[in-house]
Design a protein around this ligand. Sequence first.
Ligand code: MSP
Length: 633
Amino acid sequence: MPKSFYITTPIYYPNAAPHVGTAYSTIVCDVVARYKRLTGYDVKFLTGVDEHGQKIQEAADKNGYTPQQWVDKMSLNFTTLWEKLNISNTDFMRTTQERHINSVREIVKRVNDNGDIYKGEYWGKYCVSEETFVPENQLVDGKYMGKEVIDVKEVSYFFKLSKYEDALLKYIEEHPEFIKPEGKKNEVVAFIKQGLQDLSISRTTFDWGIPLELEEGHVIYVWFDALTNYLTGAGFAKDPEEFANVWTNGTVNHVIGKDILRFHAIIWPAMLMSAGIKLPETIAAHGWWTVEGEKMSKSLGNVVNPAEEVEKYGLDPFRYYLMREATYGQDADYSKRAMVQRINSDLANDLGNLLNRTIGMQKKYFDSKVVLNEVTDTFDAEIKALWEEVLVNIEKRMNEYQFSEALKEIWKFISRMNKYIDECEPWKLAKDEDSKDRLSTVMYNLVEGLYKIAALISPFMPDTAQKMLNQLGLEVDAEKMKLEDVKAWGAYPVGGKLNAAEPIFPRVEFEEEPKKEYNENLTIENPITIDDFSKVEIKVVEIIKASKIEGADKLLKFIVNTGKEKRQIVSGIAKWYPNEQELVGKKVMAVLNLEPVTLRGELSQGMLLTTTEKKKTKLVIIDNEVKLGTTIR
Ligand code: MSP
């Protein structure tokens, strides 16, 4: 039976639409999943959404939905995009599912049975946006990573995380492959060595979560809930046979972003140790994407929408670009110029041309039939040797999550094949009848090389691999291919016939877009309609009398001419106008349809508009030429 390989993405908060960062995590997993299938594994690939917690509950409230309605609606953004990106996940987790709730209950029970849960009180800061408890020493200007924190003082159940310090350090040391890449591992070790605090795992001030069975009124902390999704997806608390196969005896691999490394490399393994469950084989943390050199953020309005990029550049170029551009583990920059360059040079030029030229020549010289009367040359030995080398390197690079390097290996082979054409000069061979057999060998090697390239790129660009196979006249399903079948030179069946050449990668032009001078995607806080606004009657009035009010040092009272009548208006600006007489004769703006009020015994029949800057308040003075009674819109 093929060995089981289990790979997971983080489960995303469905609050925000997926972007290039989340697409990257998911594409990375897809590439690994497809590569493992290609190399003979039985792959289980889980992705999903993280649906509980305060952040979701607040977003649902704000948008006028119940939390369940909200996550039902928002999780569709993810399923739709993954389909569009050709993601081959075998499961989709939603943490509101019954199977997951059972699995979380089971892990809490096991951890509790192990004596690792106790009741206490959490008193400190909490960052809702990151769903994390924040120690004081991690606050900068009262914020956590630039995000707001709130004060929490709640009775809470705690997990004895501190108990696992030594066991964690030992495990990490004994399993150098556990945390990838190396630099991230060192970060985790250093963090653990500073000492771990026990973790609060229940909340009581909201209820959108899985109830903690130990005590009513507590819901399980969202990260304790979310991490467990990986077990749920492997059949935990549901199907012991599947769980043994996928988790206990299989290889378990978590792909995550660097910001959630501590949850995965510290809390998660400690939970598993406490519950007596085997630890995952790999936790691979990737870096973050910036966009054209800037941090990606809603407020900057530069969030990259993967679906739009796919429309613009095509799916496989988008997938290729992400995998080629980032060095796994480090931050990477998403840039239009680099994208266009990769498409034109790596895809259209190197790969596209190799396919096109080969198919064109085969047609011209052999009427598209693949024949082979072998006459070899030193160049042949060179390409075959390179192929062997590439095979070994690819396996190594893929297992180390060095995707960019793996692609470079494939492109080394593609470039060598292009060079092979130039070296062998088929057009010259074709002119001489005596060279016909040599020509058949050269052309065969080119077709064979392309077949092999199709296999190697299939995890990265499945559609392109399929197109290549079709043009090569092979009735092979790219998704069912096995690398084993194409490893040896001579995999292409002699006597086959190529199909017509069709360009697989159209070239694209780089157009410098003028930088937007404003943010099109701005969110307006508390929006009102124009009808709401027109309810307010604001007019230009003239101050005809100004005086102090006895016993109220903050207030001044004015008699103003509205153009229709005289009114009295009281305003809290005395501090800023010690000589109130200077205001007489000035034209200012007033709201005239406010309900009248009495302030310190004085009737006020409107409100004067002011500005406040650097704590100093001033009346908005209108140019004298503007007519009295003019409406302000
Ligand atoms: N729900 C948690 C994960 C729970 S896993 C048990 C979560 N969700 S998230 O939606 O906020 O983030 C999901 C992933 O997106 C994280 O791995 C994070 O690193 C990644 N990214 C968010 N912005 C990113 C970039 N700009 N670039 C790359 N990845 C980024 O955290």
